[in-house]
Design a protein around this ligand. Structure first.
Ligand SMILES: *Cc1c(COP(=O)(O)O)cnc(C)c1O
Length: 397
């Protein structure tokens, strides 16, 4: 039985390799951090984790997780509505609502699930979803699972969004869905204008805060802080896997009735396990750490500003960014791979992205800054970029 299928798979995998698109995984043998060791004992400075606030190896989070595991056990062995809800889960949901200024919150195993299970319970074929063209794969999948009529607008293009909103007047309810920060460029969605258009054309708004929560806004409360729209957006989704500790877990937070209906009907919530109590406890500790003072957020913003300014001054072509993502444009796919490999030899850990992850001819190295980076690590990163760029003729002397 397997033989024919095996051949087919082998051919497909060979095609992926020939196209130069085969992804192999580099193995890290230390905790996730700004300085890590990869297999073979090589020390590198990490510029490609979503560890924006440097909490992935934070001692307080680790202790909070251990302590809660001691008193609430290892796992829930249940979905939430059967017997998978502990006090810790309810406390975390409340803390997330308080953080974003929303009415209620529902936890998922991942933000991929939050987005995957968001649209289908809320909308029918009578309704419309108007989606930014660069939205995350999980939003795209969530939209696919829903029967609503689909509209798409060019990334951040408000004239195009307005056109789509006009067309979507044919449907009963409309929802605009957007990433808060677009992960390949680092740009923030123009939420002020989206909100205005939503009011004008009677639409709801959903924002995925995965790359913006903890990062964007003076105190890291995300795009609703940046645009002064706290409590105004109907639906926010997010992850505990990036700035919020870097482990796993996702959430949808927003209007009370929306969250209530998701608890009744959202399939990844109803048919998938609760997050472990220790993860919920560490999530609570994360929110405590980042709301008791602004140290980590200030450090992240200063680090980003420093890195971007120095790189631009060195002559690099940097995409405009309002997040902790700095896209160093190289345009050529092969060059982006050579560049990343040369950087790793210099002890700098980054990833080069090229088509189809980014548009054809838009290859780049995406640098992600962290509050955990020291000034010395940033300087070493910048110096390595300059050295490699000169060798590969990307910038002039
Ligand atoms: C990372 C990411 C997700 C997925 O989050 P997980 O919790 O890891 O599943 C969803 N949406 C966006 C925009 C992301 O960047």
């Amino acid at each position: 039985m397997y033989q024919d299928f095996q051949k087919h798979l082998q051919t497909t995998i060979a095609e992926i390799r020939e196209a130069g698109l085969y992804k192999s995984e580099r193995v890290i043998i230390t905790p996730q951090s700004s300085a890590i060791q990869v297999e073979g004992g090589v020390d590198v400075i990490n510029f490609c984790a979503n560890n924006y606030l440097g909490l992935a190896d934070n001692k307080e989070l680790i202790q909070a997780a251990k302590d809660r595991m001691d008193v609430r056990g290892y796992g829930m062995a249940s979905v939430r509505f059967i017997c998978g809800t502990q006090d810790t889960h309810k406390q975390l949901e409340q803390a997330i609502s308080d953080f974003f200024g929303t009415e209620d919150t529902i936890l998922y195993a991942a933000c991929f699930d939050a987005n995957g299970g968001l649209f289908e319970p809320l909308l029918t074929e009578q309704d419309a979803i108007i989606s930014d063209a660069l939205n995350h794969a999980s939003i795209i999948d969530g939209v696919r699972l829903c029967k609503a009529v689909r509209y798409r607008y060019k990334n951040g293009d408000m004239a195009d969004l307005e056109e789509q909103l006009k067309a979507a007047q044919a449907q009963r309810f409309r929802i605009i869905a957007t990433d808060g920060v677009f992960s390949m460029d680092g740009n923030v969605c123009p939420l002020d204008k989206i909100y205005e258009l939503a009011n004008k054309y009677n639409a709801l708004v959903m924002v995925d805060e995965s790359h913006s929560a903890g990062v964007v806004g003076k105190t890291g409360h995300g795009v609703t802080e940046l645009y002064n729209l706290r409590g105004k957006i109907e639906i926010l989704t997010g992850t505990l896997g990036k700035a919020f500790g870097g482990s796993v877990g996702g959430f949808t937070t927003g209007k009370k009735e929306i969250i209530d209906l998701l608890r009744q009907r959202s399939r990844p919530y109803l048919f998938s396990n609760s997050i472990p109590p220790m993860i919920a406890a560490a999530g609570l500790k994360t929110l405590e750490i980042i709301t008791r003072d602004n140290t980590l957020q200030d450090k992240l913003h200063a680090n980003t500003e420093y890195f971007v300014t120095k790189m631009k001054a060195a002559g690099f072509d940097i995409k405009p960014t309002q997040s902790a993502i700095c896209a160093v444009m190289l345009y050529d796919a092969r060059l982006s791979q050579e560049f990343a490999a040369a950087l790793q030899k210099e002890g700098i850990y980054v990833t080069g992205f090229y088509y189809p992850v980014v548009p054809q001819g838009q290859a780049r190295i995406r640098v992600q800054l962290s509050a955990a980076h020291t000034q010395e690590q940033l300087d070493r990163g910048i110096a390595a970029f300059i050295k490699v760029a000169r060798t590969l003729n990307v910038i002039k002397q």
